[in-house]
Design a protein around this ligand. Structure first.
Ligand SMILES: Nc1ncnc2c1ncn2[C@@H]1O[C@H](COP(=O)(O)OP(=O)(O)OP(=O)(O)O)[C@@H](O)[C@H]1O
Length: 252
């Protein structure tokens, strides 16, 4: 991990309007800095705002207030073209979202060829290397529906890093999987983290967060209730709310 700041959120706020009622505040002023090579795990109850935070960083959701800085540039500035930012950020959601009519290899090469202007042969070579890295060297010509959920999610991870992103956002990437398949996907994330990828990951996998995260951020009702090293947050939470949340996972 370096000391180079890659991402900075300053007082990020987001609300959704509710028909016939007050706005629903989903992010109530988030301040967060992520340095290059850091792995940050966002934990918190369902509805605490983890996904919304990731969507704001990828400019899929517009913030109401506050600033997001990426590599020294304020990306919440309306003059910034979202695609220019997204090209540098890889994202994987809970649902694999692979293109069903494309082979695994074409799913992986599509972005590098269309968005990054790489040559098809170069992109294919990289795709094969990535498939080896995610443990699926023989699946390049398969179609997504011929793969298990865990294999599809590993392809989704390969696709997300195919454009050499500087930041990887992972939103509950194992939540839709059969428990038996969770480990193989986490193994790929572990490998990416070990290779120095900067990762911000929303997860309910507490053991994984504890093992891999450089920093754990506990969100409650759209605010950072507590943030610290995995060791500190898991073994000596400062907030009662964090302790109560973690207690629910003990023994699971
Ligand atoms: N497009 C939307 N319109 C209205 N409300 C929304 C929208 N997206 C999210 N919300 C609300 O924002 C709150 C936070 O949702 P979010 O998905 O960010 O939480 P989360 O912590 O990721 O939850 P989970 O762990 O279940 O994925 C929820 O109450 C949700 O209903």
């Amino acid at each position: 991990m370096s000391d180079r700041e890659l991402l900075r959120l300053v007082d990020v706020r987001k609300s959704y309007s509710r028909r016939g009622g007050p706005d629903h505040e989903v992010l109530g002023g988030i301040d967060l800095t992520v340095t290059a090579g850091e792995v940050v795990c966002l934990i918190g109850a369902s509805g605490s705002g983890k996904s919304t935070l990731l969507r704001c960083i990828d400019l899929l959701d517009e913030v109401d207030d506050g600033e997001i800085w990426f590599d020294g540039r304020e990306i919440t500035d309306p003059r910034v073209e979202p695609d220019d930012v997204r090209r540098r950020i890889g994202v994987v959601f809970q649902a694999y979202n692979l293109f069903p009519h494309l082979t695994v290899r074409d799913n992986i090469t599509l972005g590098p060829v269309r968005v990054h202007g790489r040559s098809r042969s170069d992109a294919r070579r990289s795709a094969q290397a990535l498939l080896e890295r995610v443990g699926l060297p023989d699946k390049g010509t398969a179609y997504p529906d011929e793969l298990s959920g865990g294999q599809q999610q590993r392809v989704a991870l390969a696709r997300a890093v195919a454009g050499d992103p500087e930041l990887l956002l992972l939103d509950e990437v194992t939540a839709a999987l059969d428990p038996l398949l969770v480990g193989e996907v986490l193994q790929v994330v572990r490998g990416l983290a070990a290779d120095g990828m900067t990762i911000v990951m929303a997860t309910h996998e507490m053991a994984f967060a504890r093992e891999v995260a450089d920093r754990v951020v506990f969100l409650a009702d759209g605010r950072i209730e507590e943030a610290g090293t995995a060791e500190q947050v898991f073994t000596a939470p400062r907030s009662t709310r964090t302790a109560e949340f973690l207690a629910r996972f003990r023994g699971v």
